[in-house]
Write a protein that binds this ligand. Structure first.
Ligand SMILES: NC(=O)c1ccc[n+]([C@@H]2O[C@H](COP(=O)([O-])OP(=O)(O)OC[C@H]3O[C@@H](n4cnc5c(N)ncnc54)[C@H](OP(=O)(O)O)[C@@H]3O)[C@@H](O)[C@H]2O)c1
Length: 514
C-alpha cells in the first residue's frame, strides 16, 4: 500500500506557526524522564529548527548542580537517547540556553531565584516570553509546586493576560482515582485557566495514534462501515515484554488498571470510537472524546467479575531469559495484590456502537511488546462460496499497529490459485518505515512543540480525565473489597491469565495474537 499523508491536525488547529520566545522550567530535571525523553526531544526540535529563536530551559531539582554540570548531564542524555546523533556545533549553541536552579520543591527561596532568572532571561531577549512549567516529578509534589509557583507570583491567574503565555504541563499519572483527580483539577483551576493546562498522555503524541484520526476521517471508505452494522467487535492490546524494571514502589501503588488502562488504552478507545468532530481544533476533538467516555456502560458490582480480569505474573521465561515473579521484585510486597495485567470487556451505549463488545487488555511480561487496535468485521450475510469446509473463512480484520512495526494491515479473503474453489486470508500491509523511509519523531517532540505553540488538541482536558477516572474508580471499588484470590495467576511469557481467554470464548471470540 502506498500513501500520501495529509495532516489536518497540524494544518488546522494551531494558534500560530512558529513558537514565540519561551522559557521551559522542568521541575524534576535531574530525573529519568528529563534525560531519557525531554532533553532529547528538545534537542531534536532544535535540529529541525523548530525551537523559538529565544529559547531557554531551566532545570529545577534538589541536587546541588551547577549550570555546567546540568549541561553535561543533558548532553549525556542526548548522546544516549536522541534518535539523531549529537552535532557538536548545534550542541554548543543549544547548551548555552540551559540553566539550573537547585532547591527543594517546598522552599520559597527556590521560586524567588527562579523568578529572578526568568525575568533576567526576558530582559536579555527584550520581549516577555512564554513560560512553560513542566511538572516531571512524583505526583505527590504537584500540589506544593503549584502553590509555591503561585505564592511567588509566577502562576496567579490575576497576573495573567489569559493569553496562554504561561502554561503548565502535568505528567501522568493525573490523580490516583476520581477524588484525587478532581482535587488536583480544582487546585490547578484556582491558579491556571484550563487553556493553560496541558495534561500529558504521551500515547497521543505517537504518530500512529494520531493516524487513527487520519485513517477514519481523511478517507471516505471507513466511515460507512465503522459502526454496529458491520463491526463484530474491537480489540485493543498494549502488551509489554518487560516487568516493573525497578519501579516496584510505583507499581505497588498503581497497578495496570491505573497505570495503563485509565490513560493509554482509554485514549485509544476514544479515538477509535469517537464521532467525527465538527472541526480539528482542541475543543471539538476533545468534546467528542469525552462523549465516548461518558457513553461507556459502567462496570459495577458483579459485572466486574464477569467483565474484568486481573492478573499478576508468576515468573518464567521470555526470549530465553528467566524472569522472577512480580512478588519477588524490589520494593514489592511478597503478598502483593497489585495487578500487572488487566483485561476487560466494555460496551459503549450510543447509536453507533450499541451491542458491540470492545475488549481491552494490557500487561507486563507478556510474550512481546506490541500495541494495536484491531477492528474485526462481521461475516458476510450469506455464504455464497460453499467450500465444503476446505476454506479458511476468517473474518476481515483491520489492524492498526501503534508500536512497533508501525502501520496498518487489512486481512481479506481471496481465491487461492487453481481450478478448485478455495479461499485464503491474505494481509494487505502498510508500514510507516518502508512507505516514508524516515523515522517518525518521538511523541515528546510533537507534544513539547504543541505546548510551545499553544495547541492542546493532543492533551487531556479536565472533564476527560475525570470521566476516565470515574469509569475506572468503580472497578477499583469492587477490587478493594475483593482481593484477588489466585495471584500470581499467569506465567511470564504467556498472554495472561486463562480467565481472560475464557471471557472471550464465552462470547464466541478469541484474542488475536498480534
Ligand atoms: N521516566 C519515564 O520514562 C516516565 C514516563 C512517563 C511518565 N513519567 C512520569 O514523569 C514523572 C517524573 O518521572 P521520573 O522517572 O523522571 O522521576 P525520577 O527519576 O524519580 O525524578 C524525580 C525528580 O524529582 C526531583 N525531586 C524529588 N524530590 C524533590 C524535592 N523534595 N525537591 C526537589 N526536587 C525533588 C528529583 O531531584 P533530585 O534527583 O535532585 O532529588 C528528580 O529530579 C513521574 O510523574 C512519572 O510518572 C516518567
Amino acid at each position: 500500500m502506498t500513501s500520501t499523508l495529509v495532516n489536518p491536525l497540524r494544518a488546522g488547529s494551531r494558534l500560530e506557526d512558529t513558537p514565540q520566545p519561551a522559557s521551559i522550567v522542568i521541575f524534576g530535571a535531574t530525573g529519568d524522564l528529563t534525560s531519557r525523553k525531554l532533553a532529547p526531544a528538545l534537542y531534536n526540535l532544535a535540529v529541525d529548527n523548530l525551537l523559538p529563536p529565544h529559547f531557554s530551559l531551566i532545570g529545577f531539582a534538589r541536587r546541588d548542580w551547577t549550570n555546567e554540570f546540568f549541561r553535561n548531564e543533558m548532553r549525556e542524555g542526548v548522546e544516549e537517547f536522541s534518535r539523531r546523533p549529537l552535532d557538536e556545533t548545534l550542541w554548543a549553541g543549544f547548551s548555552q540556553n540551559l540553566h539550573f536552579v537547585s532547591h527543594e520543591f517546598d522552599v520559597p527561596e527556590g521560586y524567588d531565584e527562579l523568578k529572578v532568572l526568568l525575568d533576567k532571561l526576558d530582559q536579555e531577549r527584550g520581549v516577555p516570553g512564554n513560560r512553560l512549567y513542566y511538572l516531571a516529578t512524583q505526583p505527590s509534589y504537584y500540589p506544593v509546586i503549584i502553590e509555591k509557583l503561585s505564592e511567588a507570583g509566577l502562576a496567579e491567574r490575576a497576573n495573567l493576560r489569559d493569553d496562554g503565555s504561561t502554561r503548565i504541563i502535568i505528567e501522568k499519572p493525573f490523580g490516583h482515582d476520581l477524588d484525587s483527580a478532581r482535587a488536583l483539577n480544582d487546585q490547578l483551576h484556582r491558579r491556571f485557566t484550563e487553556n493553560q493546562i496541558y495534561r500529558i498522555d504521551h500515547y497521543l503524541g505517537k504518530e500512529t495514534v494520531q493516524n487513527i484520526l487520519m485513517l477514519r476521517f481523511a478517507n471516505s471508505v471507513f466511515e460507512p462501515v465503522w459502526n454496529r452494522q458491520y463491526v463484530d467487535h474491537v480489540q485493543i492490546t498494549a502488551a509489554e515484554s518487560i516487568g516493573v524494571e525497578g519501579r516496584g514502589r510505583y507499581y505497588e501503588e498503581s497497578g495496570a488498571l491505573r497505570d495503563m488502562m485509565q490513560s493509554h488504552l482509554l485514549q485509544l478507545l476514544n479515538l477509535t470510537a469517537m464521532e467525527p468532530p465538527a472541526a480539528f481544533d482542541a475543543n471539538a476533538v476533545r468534546d467528542e472524546k469525552v462523549k465516548v467516555l461518558r457513553a461507556i456502560r459502567p462496570i459495577q458490582g458483579n459485572a466486574v467479575m464477569d467483565q474484568v480480569v486481573r492478573g499478576q505474573y508468576s515468573g518464567g521465561w521470555i526470549a530465553g531469559e528467566q524472569h522472577d515473579p512480580y512478588r519477588s521484585e524490589a520494593n514489592v510486597d511478597p503478598r502483593s495484590s497489585s495487578e500487572t495485567y488487566v483485561a476487560m470487556k466494555l460496551f459503549i451505549d450510543n447509536w453507533r456502537w450499541q451491542g458491540v463488545p470492545f475488549y481491552l487488555r494490557t500487561g507486563k511480561e507478556l510474550p512481546k511488546r506490541v500495541t494495536e487496535v484491531s477492528i474485526q468485521f462481521k461475516d458476510p450475510p450469506h455464504a455464497l462460496f460453499a467450500t465444503n469446509g476446505e476454506a479458511n473463512l476468517e473474518p476481515n480484520v483491520l489492524a492498526l499497529r501503534i508500536q512497533p512495526d508501525e502501520g496498518i494491515s487489512w486481512k481479506v479473503l481471496v481465491k487461492t490459485p487453481g481450478v478448485k474453489l478455495g479461499m485464503r486470508p491474505v494481509k494487505m500491509e502498510f508500514l510507516y518505515g518502508s512507505s516514508f523511509g524516515a523515522e517518525p519523531p518521538e511523541a515528546y517532540e510533537r507534544l513539547l512543540l504543541d505546548v510551545l505553540l499553544g495547541d492542546s488538541t493532543l492533551f487531556t482536558r479536565s472533564d476527560e480525565v475525570e470521566a476516565a477516572w470515574s469509569f475506572v474508580t468503580e472497578i477499583l471499588r469492587v477490587w478493594d473489597q475483593l482481593p484477588p484470590p489466585d495471584f500470581p495467576n499467569y506465567d511470564s511469557g504467556s498472554w495472561g491469565p486463562r480467565e481472560a481467554d475464557r471471557m472471550l470464548y464465552r462470547d464466541g471470540h478469541e484474542w488475536r495474537w498480534p
